[in-house]
Design a protein around this ligand. Structure first.
Ligand code: FES
Ligand code: FES
Length: 161
């Protein structure tokens, strides 16, 4: 058996110190060790975007990141983002625009779209599509998701929607 490694990190603002298997992914660590089930796991090889979360502010794939790589890092999941309320308007717009059905892709979509709006407060539809091209949705369709992100950006910028 492989010897566990101690990893110290911050998750949603809380310090965490755990012994983990070296091959444990960050997504599995969050879900199984910390009970943060909002980070979803779909393809498990970096394609679908369901596991997208923020690592030191950057949106990354939780399934392609090992927990042991996060020593000293700050991880934020959809739970943390929701608690801070920083994407409440975007989350409300997803509901208003019917931009989710089963919700499997939604945490990853929100994290990814939230990162875009921080970097580019008024993106074009093309830029929104480009940002979300790494997040697959199998049931809602992208039109309403792009609508929700675009409307949020316009409202934040004080534009009429
Ligand atoms: Fe990570 Fe699909 S589960 S990208
Ligand atoms: Fe079902 Fe996107 S809402 S996969």
């Amino acid at each position: 058996m492989v010897k566990p490694v101690i990893v110290n990190l911050t998750v949603n603002g809380e310090p965490v110190s755990r012994a983990v298997e070296p091959r444990l992914t960050l997504a599995d660590f969050l879900r199984d060790d910390l009970g943060l089930k909002g980070t979803h796991v779909g393809c498990e090889h970096g394609v679908c975007g369901a596991c997208t979360l923020r690592l030191d502010g950057v949106a990354v794939r939780g399934c392609l990141t090992l927990a042991v790589q996060c020593e000293g890092a700050a991880v934020e999941t959809i739970e943390g983002v929701t608690e801070r309320g920083v994407l409440k308007d975007l989350q409300d717009e997803f509901v208003a625009r019917n931009a989710l059905q089963c919700g499997f892709c939604t945490p990853g979509m929100l994290i990814s779209a939230g990162e875009l709006l921080e970097r580019n407060p008024l993106p074009s539809r093309e830029e929104i599509r480009e940002q979300l091209s790494g997040n697959y949705c199998r049931c809602t369709g992208y039109q309403s998701i792009v609508d929700a992100v675009e409307t949020t950006a316009r409202k934040r910028s004080g534009q009429n929607t």
